[in-house]
Design a protein around this ligand. Structure first.
Ligand code: NAD
Length: 297
């Protein structure tokens, strides 16, 4: 069993790290939040002193950070992984970031003989705990083969989708489909509620047909119960759609639906609701028609 470095011990990183420990790996962990690091050390991880310390003590490192700027800081910045890392080290970045940033970080790593792959995930905290995430990988075939046994401890699928950046491009596709699906579900349930129907009956009637989806099954019950406790936070989804729109612009592509849903997320952010679950997109659509999705009284 290899010694693995793990940087970024948030909602997702902590359970993912625990699955590596459970499989028998020695894990050296670091996070700039001492409380998160303490929890992982209590679970059996070794305490890293800094990102560069992780780079110096391991040659396979997982990062699970919020966005591109944090990945750049943790890997390339002062006191970052590259300061300590030896040639031949593999960095597996599982954060959801702009694919262009993945490519830039990979190039800086390559200049020091360090391999880098992007391997963002879908499935949220429950699947991070179960070790059943869907993992979308960008990188060389050789680096993927080296990482695959580790990825399989954290996910039920790990698919190589193309060169570095392709994992995050695939993740952007995932996030576009999820956001637009939540918005479409919200419009449908606002309409049927306003027409006097019970949203739960409507949900049960359509879920087995073509409109049925994992998103519908997860988010319609939350909306009907008025439960917007995250799950996946509005502020993270706003970050993902921002990355999608930047990637679209860089590639001369127009994403009208994504841009519209991004405005809804911005409205929620402006309203101080960035920590709510992304199913709260529905509340913006409800507000436009003064109709709350709920059982008829
Ligand atoms: P989080 O904010 O809970 O955790 C991020 C951690 O990174 C924090 O503990 C923070 O202290 C640490 N950190 C930030 N900068 C650092 C640095 N320079 N050095 C060391 N540590 C640093 O985020 P999360 O929910 O765990 O998400 C991580 C990534 O996974 C994000 O890109 C997110 O979009 C993606 N993701 C999240 C979910 C979800 O449901 N939460 C699902 C799929 C994908």
């Amino acid at each position: 069993m290899a010694t693995v470095g793990f940087i970024g011990l948030g909602i997702m990183g902590r359970p993912m790290l625990k699955n590596l420990l459970k499989a028998g790996h020695t894990v050296i962990a670091f996070d700039c939040n001492p409380a998160a690091l303490d929890e992982c050390v209590a679970a059996g991880a070794l305490r890293g002193a800094s990102n560069s310390d992780i780079g110096a003590r391991t040659d396979m490192i997982v990062t699970m950070l919020p966005d591109g700027p944090q990945v750049e800081a943790a890997v390339l910045g002062a006191g970052g992984v590259l300061e300590g890392a030896k040639a031949g080290t593999l960095i597996i970045d599982m954060s959801s970031i702009n694919p262009l940033v993945s490519q830039q970080v990979a190039m800086a790593c390559a200049a020091k003989g360090v391999d880098f792959i992007d391997a963002p995930v879908s499935g949220g905290e429950p699947k991070a705990i179960d070790g059943t995430l869907a993992i979308m990988v960008g990188g060389s075939e050789t680096a993927f083969q080296k990482a695959e046994p580790l990825l399989k401890l954290m996910g039920s699928s790990a698919l190589l989708t193309g060169p570095v950046g392709a994992g995050n491009t695939t993740k952007l596709a995932n996030q576009i489909m999820v956001a637009c699906n939540i918005a479409a579900m919200s419009e449908a349930l606002v309409l049927t509620t306003r027409c006097g129907l019970d949203p739960e009956v409507v949900f049960n009637a359509v879920k087995g047909g073509l409109a049925g989806s994992t998103v519908l099954n997860a988010k319609a019950p939350m909306l009907i119960a008025r439960n917007f406790k995250a799950g996946f936070k509005i502020k993270l989804h706003q970050k993902d759609l921002r990355n999608a729109l930047q990637t679209a612009e860089a590639n001369n592509v127009v994403l009208p639906l994504t841009a519209l849903v991004q405005q809804m997320l911005s409205s929620l952010m402006a309203d101080g609701k960035g920590d709510l679950d992304h199913s709260a997109i529905a509340t913006v659509i409800e507000g436009l028609s003064h109709t709350e999705v709920k059982k008829p009284s």
